[in-house]
Design a binder for this molecule. Structure first.
Ligand code: ADP
Ligand code: MG
Length: 411
């Protein structure tokens, strides 16, 4: 159906149905291991790679072809875009919105902070406004925080339109979710676990949704959601469109991605799909034998330029420990990790966003998809286990073309 339209866009996959040489698609079906060791995992990072000067951000050179006001979007949507101060599209938005309006499936590769949420929400909202609200969208996000953020963005972009959304995430009251589900929703966003839970209780039917959005797909795989995603996608028997967004594009995921979006999906690349942190100043802090690591951290935090600092530690216990010690030392801070309730995590994140606390100490839960602008520094109190995790952590600073700084403690 989309053949002719498709010609002007690069295709994600060759349309020939050649069997891939090492059929990753089969392998990727099993859930990756979710097990986590108790203590900090041994890191496989080469620390020489953690020391580099920032090079200017590529995205800053992007010149949009025109403001949103010149786009063929519904007036009501034009209005909310303007209210949000979205005058011009970001690069990923400029490249994505038209193919989605035309009904294509899509794979979008772009770094965090480039406006991917708007890239899929704007066309979805436009379609809802045009098609008399007769289709439903399901959005899967890897983390609770990210799911909440997506729904917030939807709400602010649909103010006064009579469009309804809901967000279903773990760690919240299931009965509340069940009540919410009794009313019609145009858009449902959630984490895979809770959505499956609701489906198992026959409160949510995946077949009711026409559009599937997979946000931060790479992160979803990292977190062991591959099988859950497949189950949900497989149950969406009325699915017309699938949009998959990722910061990275790993060859080994190609087969799995094609299964989900089909062979004719348009591919949009704003970055090359390789994770980089070139736009972030990165430094290693080598501790001498017997040097007090916490003391060094405190010394850094006393400097004025450390205005909004995200500190990562490897385990929940370490996060709590560092946070408590900072608190005792008079540094305004809070902590987020898996042992904190969703409510607590939201509140801590909001305080951090609003500048009410200077430091947020976190596990990797916070490493992706959280859009807190103006994080001045990311500090790795412990070396993360993998380079991937390192890149995503430090990517919390230097968002939206801003300069960022990252420090990593090494014993
Ligand atoms: P990503 O999903 O790629 O990490 P987000 O969708 O979270 O990025 O967007 C990053 C930030 O940029 C958010 O604060 C968002 O409100 C803002 N933003 C998105 N699109 C625009 C736009 N067209 N103009 C101005 N700001 C935008
Ligand atoms: Mg995003």
């Amino acid at each position: 159906m989309q053949d002719s339209l498709n010609a002007e866009y690069p295709k994600i996959m060759r349309t020939t149905q050649k069997k891939s040489r090492n059929s990753f698609s089969k392998k990727s079906k099993g859930a990756p291991q979710r097990s986590r060791k108790k203590g900090p995992a041994k890191s496989n990072i080469n620390i020489n790679r953690l020391e580099q000067k920032a090079v200017p951000v590529q995205e800053t050179t992007f010149e949009p072809q025109g403001p949103f006001s010149q786009w063929n979007l519904e007036p009501a949507l034009q209005k909310t875009l303007a209210q949000k101060g979205f005058t011009h599209p970001t690069e990923v938005q400029e490249k994505t919105i038209n193919p989605l309006l035309e009904g294509h499936n899509l794979v979008g590769i772009a770094r965090t902070g480039t406006g991917k949420t708007g890239a899929f929400l704007i066309p979805i909202i436009n379609r809802l406004l045009q098609q008399q609200k007769n289709f439903n969208t399901l959005i899967l996000a890897p983390t609770r925080e990210l799911a909440v953020q997506i729904e917030q963005e939807f709400k602010s972009l649909t103010k006064g339109m009579g469009l309804y959304s809901a967000c279903f995430i773990g760690g919240t009251n299931l009965n509340t979710d069940l009540k919410v589900l009794s009313k019609r929703k145009h858009l449902v966003v959630g984490t895979p676990g809770r959505l499956l839970d609701l489906a198992n209780r026959k409160a949510l039917y995946f077949k009711d949704f026409e559009v599937l959005v997979l946000d931060e797909f790479d992160r979803m795989l990292d977190m062991g959601f591959a099988a859950d995603v497949d189950r949900i996608a497989g149950a969406m028997r009325q699915r017309q469109n699938t949009y998959l967004f990722s910061a990275t594009l790993n060859k080994s995921q190609q087969g799995h991605i094609e299964q989900l979006v089909g062979p004719k999906a348009v591919e949009i690349k704003v970055s090359n799909g390789e994770v980089t942190a070139e736009h972030i100043d990165q430094e290693v802090i080598k501790l001498k034998e017997g040097q007090d690591k916490f003391g060094v951290l405190l010394g850094m935090l006393e400097q004025n330029e450390f205005s909004k600092v995200l500190v990562f530690a490897e385990t929940k216990r370490w996060v709590s420990r560092v946070s408590k010690k900072l608190h005792k030392s008079g540094v305004s801070c809070d902590e987020i990790h898996g042992n904190k309730s969703q409510n607590y995590r939201q509140k801590a994140l909001k305080k951090f966003k609003d500048g009410k606390i200077k430091v947020l100490v976190a596990t990797d839960v916070a490493a992706r998809g959280i859009d807190v602008s103006d994080i001045s520094h990311v500090i790795n109190y412990q070396l993360p286990a993998t380079m991937d995790s390192y890149i995503h952590r430090i990517g919390r600073t230097g968002r939206a073309g801003k300069a960022g700084k990252a420090y990593t403690f090494v014993n």
